[in-house]
Design a protein around this ligand. Structure first.
Ligand SMILES: O=C(O)CCC(=O)C(=O)O
Length: 346
């Protein structure tokens, strides 16, 4: 990617307290540019910030997460379904217990409706900007909302996937520099980075293709049953923060899931991104063995955390009348994620 923002000399501020070694200068720049972006929304600074976040991951030395992983599951509390709590009850232990037992945790109303509305508006702007760019338009105002991220000196491994995703209503968060900066600020204001640092035992990173804003149409369910371990492999420690940015599960497609911890892949399939799949036979078998398939009704701002083992799908079927907005946001223990996922320091 062309360097859009001239870096002169390292700003005279202390190195932020991250666990990363060997990237002090870049981390100072991340802090400085984050501030500049908040104050001025400068498109060149917004794009440079994404580039820098990837550079920190490339050159930084990250600590190993603690062993063992996952911890021994806590005793099963009985019942079935999705463990569900209110924001005041959320902490790393509660999260970890729910993930170990059921691979998921639903936190009602964790994101404010105002933040969700802002990200919905940002999703529409990003998708619109992607169409305009596809039609040949360019310019800094467009770059703020849609500027495909390609690592410096690298190949655009995601150009085909990106074309398909934007056409079906999904935009990678990092391809929308203004939305990405807002999303990181919102995550911080919700305490997510601190929570997940405690959960992983190390500060997590995000990824270019695995943090995405979605506008799922009423008429089509583009993603079927899958587990994300099929894409990442067993060694990757990852957790998704999936946020319903608009109500769904009734008039708009939500998510269907099997809330249990299967301990590994439920079907032995080679990974085939972007459309991984688990067969209907396997899902039927798992349901017959006692795990109910559930499709919760989500309100705007509800957050579902889930790990790589959770079998889930965009809610299937007919009869939906509204589009749904959501944020899919995977976090990773930095040393366990493959560079193909274009990790980003946050
Ligand atoms: O939002 C959806 O419908 C699908 C989400 C998903 O598959 C994921 O977040 O991994």
């Amino acid at each position: 990617m062309k360097r859009l923002f001239a870096r002169r000399s390292a700003p005279a501020i202390p190195v932020p307290e991250y666990d990363v070694r060997g990237a002090d200068n870049e981390l100072r720049w991340v802090t400085t540019l984050s501030e500049a972006v908040r104050e001025t929304s400068d498109p060149a600074a917004e794009a440079e910030l994404i580039r820098l976040r990837h550079e920190v991951w490339q050159i930084g030395e990250y600590p190993q997460p603690p062993q063992p992983w996952p911890e021994t599951p806590a005793a099963e509390a009985g019942g079935s379904g999705i463990p569900t709590i209110r924001p005041g009850e959320l902490n790393a232990q509660v999260l970890s217990d729910a993930i170990n037992r059921r691979s998921c945790l639903l936190v009602r109303g964790l994101m404010s409706k105002r933040d969700a509305d802002e990200l919905v508006a940002g999703t529409d702007r990003a998708l619109e900007a992607s169409q305009r760019r596809a039609a040949g338009e360019t310019g800094p105002a467009l770059d703020s909302w849609f500027l495909p991220f390609v690592p410096e000196g690298g190949k655009d491994e995601y150009s085909r996937a990106r074309k398909w995703t934007t056409e079906t209503g999904t935009v990678y968060a990092a391809d929308s520099p203004r939305n990405f900066s807002r999303m990181v600020d919102i995550c911080n204001s919700m305490g997510i980075l601190d929570l997940l640092t405690e959960y992983f035992g190390v500060r997590p990173v995000m990824s270019v293709p695995k943090a995405a804003f979605k506008r799922v149409p009423a008429v089509d369910a583009p993603v079927g049953w899958h587990q994300d371990i099929q894409a990442y492999g067993a060694k990757t420690r990852a957790l998704n923060m999936w946020v319903a940015l608009s109500p769904c599960g009734k008039d708009a497609r939500g998510l269907s899931l099997l809330p249990f911890n299967p301990g590994g892949q439920v079907e032995d399939l080679p990974p085939a991104p972007p459309l991984l799949s688990i067969s209907d036979e396997t899902i039927d078998r798992l349901v017959a063995e006692g795990t109910p398939a559930v499709a919760p009704v989500f309100d705007k701002g509800d957050v579902l955390f889930f790990d790589t083992l959770l079998p889930h799908t965009t809610q299937q079927g007919d009869g939906f009348s509204k589009a749904r907005y959501a944020l899919e946001c995977w976090f990773f223990a930095p040393t366990t994620v493959d560079e193909i996922w274009l990790p980003l320091q946050v």
